[in-house]
Design a protein around this ligand. Structure first.
Ligand SMILES: [Zn+2]
Length: 452
């Protein structure tokens, strides 16, 4: 007897295609894939109504606990994630302290509060943190480490190429399932650009803010990061590529087979730009760009030069965002998890005819493979976790922030129609989201320990 079966679905298996199969689930795992005649009885049946049945989306890039308490954000933002079809997410952790004394209780919080599964990437700023990378793996199953080529002005500094090279060698020594991530912007270029904009246009617009991070600063840093990874011999993942120039350059660099690099862009860079009406609510690092950048990023998605889609979600309320404090005073970041998949489908599939297989593979299997979660995650196969989305590809919905699950009270898509929304989300074998309601309790999500 199965716990759950999903019938009448067009099942998407990344790398293989679409199949008319039923999915049988038991004990949180996919137990059977087959025709209705092969399918045992189940205590619960969900009729997909001919819609796509796909693996849960993996958002490899979110932040929790920056502007709100970690536990609170863990609870609320993973519910927003689930409602958007995101069943697993990678959380970038930061700060200058040793991670070893912190990780145990953070993982406990995830197990108690999260509704989606979470894994951690550790940002490495100090020698102490670098020395403890092996131990963070042994005790807590962390296999990904981030290096900021540029910091956030007034918050934390970036690290030098020498430090990054040492860190990359350390990642290389951990083996081929370990990976380094880099935020690619050249510190000196953006410092000069920032000072100029801050002086000349202190009350600037979002378009002026964009000038604080020139495109070439990203492109140049991507070149350096790829070079350092080639020298150190580690796998490298470039987070949030935001410019056409950066993506085009990355496409050339990855042709070098001595360089094992993966690239991410975000749903925001793929769907909104610096001229959009939300103004300074869109302040971000790296900044939102031009329409030409969005177009260039999509072209690179289509050509398979970009591997994954993240959100870089940083939730906060409008009161904390302080858009009214002006270009310099407003905080960077926005809540965007629940609209991640719909925004990508609207811009990529509906507006640009990017093949649905391309989009869904980059949203599911690719991040699972890159971060050592495959085939537990990122596919629908016997034995894989039953994290499954029934996707209504043509469902239109006007975005209203007050109807979304984030505790953040604004959306970059406010009043816009996005097309392509999850109708049902199954998490760990249970129907978790249906009819715009979350029907599981906090703690349904787990911490994902990874192995080398
Ligand atoms: Zn980030």
């Amino acid at each position: 007897m199965l716990d759950l079966k999903i019938i009448n679905g067009n099942v998407f298996i990344p790398g293989s295609g679409f199949f008319n199969l039923e999915v049988g689930i038991k004990d949180g795992k996919v137990a059977v894939l087959g025709d209705s005649k092969d399918m045992p009885e189940a205590s619960e049946t969900v009729d997909a109504g001919g819609n796509i049945v796909m693996p849960g989306v993996i958002d490899p890039h979110i932040h929790l606990g920056i502007f709100g308490e970690f536990a609170m954000e863990c609870e609320h933002e993973t519910r927003a994630a689930l409602a958007g079809g995101v069943t697993s997410a990678g959380v970038f952790m930061g700060g200058g302290e040793s991670y070893l004394p912190q990780l145990g209780s953070l993982i406990e919080t995830v197990e108690q509060k999260a509704s989606a599964d979470l894994f951690f990437h550790l940002s490495i700023f100090t020698d102490e943190q670098m020395d403890e990378m092996d131990e963070c793996y042994k005790q807590f199953g962390v296999t990904s480490f981030k290096f900021y080529m540029a910091g956030v002005k007034g918050v934390f500094p970036g690290v030098t190429d020498g430090f990054i090279y040492e860190g990359f060698k350390k990642v290389a020594s951990m083996g081929d399932r370990a990976i380094a991530c880099t935020h690619c912007e050249d510190q000196s270029v953006i410092d000069i650009a920032f000072d100029k904009v801050a002086k000349e246009k202190p009350n600037g617009t979002l378009a002026d803010w964009s000038e604080t991070g020139p495109n070439m600063a990203e492109e140049e840093a991507i070149m350096r990061a790829c070079y350092l990874a080639e020298q150190a011999g580690n796998r490298l993942y470039i987070v949030h590529i935001s410019t056409k120039d950066g993506a085009d350059r990355f496409a050339l660099l990855r042709k070098n087979e001595n360089c094992r690099v993966y690239g991410e862009t975000t749903s925001a860079y793929l769907s909104v730009n610096k001229h959009d009406p939300f103004g300074l609510l869109g302040k971000m690092l790296p900044p939102l760009r031009d329409q030409a950048d969005t177009d260039g990023l999509w072209e690179n998605v289509r050509q398979d030069n970009i591997d994954t889609f993240g959100t870089d979600n940083v939730s906060m309320t409008k009161a904390v965002k302080q858009a009214e404090a002006g270009m310099l005073g407003a905080m960077p970041g926005y809540p965007i998890l629940q609209t991640h998949l719909p925004a990508i489908l609207t811009e990529g599939y509906h507006k640009r005819n990017v093949p649905i297989e391309t989009i869904l593979t980059k949203a599911t299997m690719n991040p699972a493979k890159i971060y050592g979660l495959f085939p537990q995650k990122g596919t629908i196969a016997v034995g894989s976790d039953a994290d499954i989305v029934i996707l209504d590809l043509n469902k239109e919905r006007v975005v209203r922030a007050d109807e979304l699950f984030s505790y953040g009270d604004f959306s970059l898509y406010e009043g816009k129609t996005l097309t392509g929304w999850p109708s049902v989300v199954v998490k760990s074998g249970k129907v978790a989201y249906k009819d715009d309601k979350i029907i599981v309790e906090p703690g349904t999500g787990s911490y994902l320990r990874r192995t080398l």
